[in-house]
Design a protein around this ligand. Sequence first.
Ligand SMILES: [Zn+2]
Length: 487
Amino acid sequence: MNLLVNDWIPVTHQGRFRHISLKDLLCKNEDWQISLNRDDMELAALQLVICLVQVVFMPDDGKELRRRMETPLTEDEFETGIAKFPDMFVLDHPEHPFMQTRGVEAKEITSMQKLFIGLPEGNNHAFFNETGEVVWTCPSCTVIAIFNQANNCPSFGGGFKGTLRGAAPITTFAYGKTLRETIWLNILDETWVEQILPEPEQRQEKPVWVDPIQKDKTVYSHEIGLLRGLLWQPAHIEIIWAVEEKACNACGEISLVLASGFNKEKFSYELKGIWPHPHGPRAWTIEKGERKERFTSFRSMSPAWTQLNEFLIFHESEDSGQVPAAVISRFKDTFMQDNLSLIVGGYRTKQASVLQRRHDLISMSAGWAGKLATVEKFIGLALEFKELVRKKMYGFGKTVGVTGLAAKAEELFYQRSESLIHDRLHKMNWRESAVEFVNMYVELKAVCGAVFEEIAAPYQNDPKMITALVRSRKTFTGAMNKLKPSI
Ligand SMILES: [Zn+2]
């Protein structure tokens, strides 16, 4: 299967599932939606298409990019683009199969399930599926799973290297009105790419399955170019194919060729530096005189909006900084007047175990790009309220000898505030931000008040606790009043 030629992109069109080709997607103007039964695999499919388009059809400048967004590619333009990569993206190539290594030696075959993160193979039991659920996968699901494992998931375990972005990076994309628009919204033109990858050796390069990383070599991030970095494969794997007519266990489509497992072998190298991957935000701090930089992960159960500032706002001081994904920074600069629907996805992990699969869409009304200080203040205010109710319930719990109230308060706060925060960001009139700010203060105060009363309710009638409760309520109200914004 050649990813530039064959039908592999899983979509629904007018309620019907099918696989389409890259040519269909880029040369036609249809209302397709990427469609699989897991949102993380849908995001991986989208990201893989974006990576291919970025590499094969990179526009020279912003003007060309806009034209691409407005008008589908002609068939001639498409054929000219892919002609430069005749056999580079072929999943079953006899010598250099896409994101694999030929001749991998392994004592036993690993089941396909291992590539579908979170399924019970090894120590990932997060999503409560049964062992043996994914045995056969079609070429489309196989390539999406290989790509996702190599770029967005923890490594296979000890002795295996992980992604270029660390164990569980967050991916952020702008979401468009159509799939074709979504693709182009997340493509960087050459002027942007030259800014983030300025070294001349990053221009001419081959992917790791054509020009392999040498064993135990030190790889410097500034040597890694766009194609190699976007389609990085840190592991040595080789898919085993079977010619049989069966339904794919992941998407349900009948396929004549299916993957039945894969071989993997340990392989090590050392990566020095951070490759500025354009699809995710990252942050840095100075620790003991050294700059420590890492891609942002989901740190807790808290919803994605709590990290919105990191996703959108560039910030740098002497000892710390945060850098949004380049595709989001480009969107901000290019579409200053537009609204943004931000796709946020990733996994929350603890070492190699996946605890949670995360996928959110955050809508920001038009005008946000010129009001980043206000965005920052909004998110800051909501987080201050959360901290206030959490701390207050912690203190109350200590006084009355009950544990776990702070965590309960935090969880309830997130549940109750989630829709109002999303609603406000979605409908916000950024020109009237002072009024909006006051309205949000009132709403959050009501949420926090309700959370306090709900958690305190079981102790209302206990004479031993009533004094502590009255005192807590009073200081809590006082502290909330102090957060009140002035116009
Ligand atoms: Zn499938």
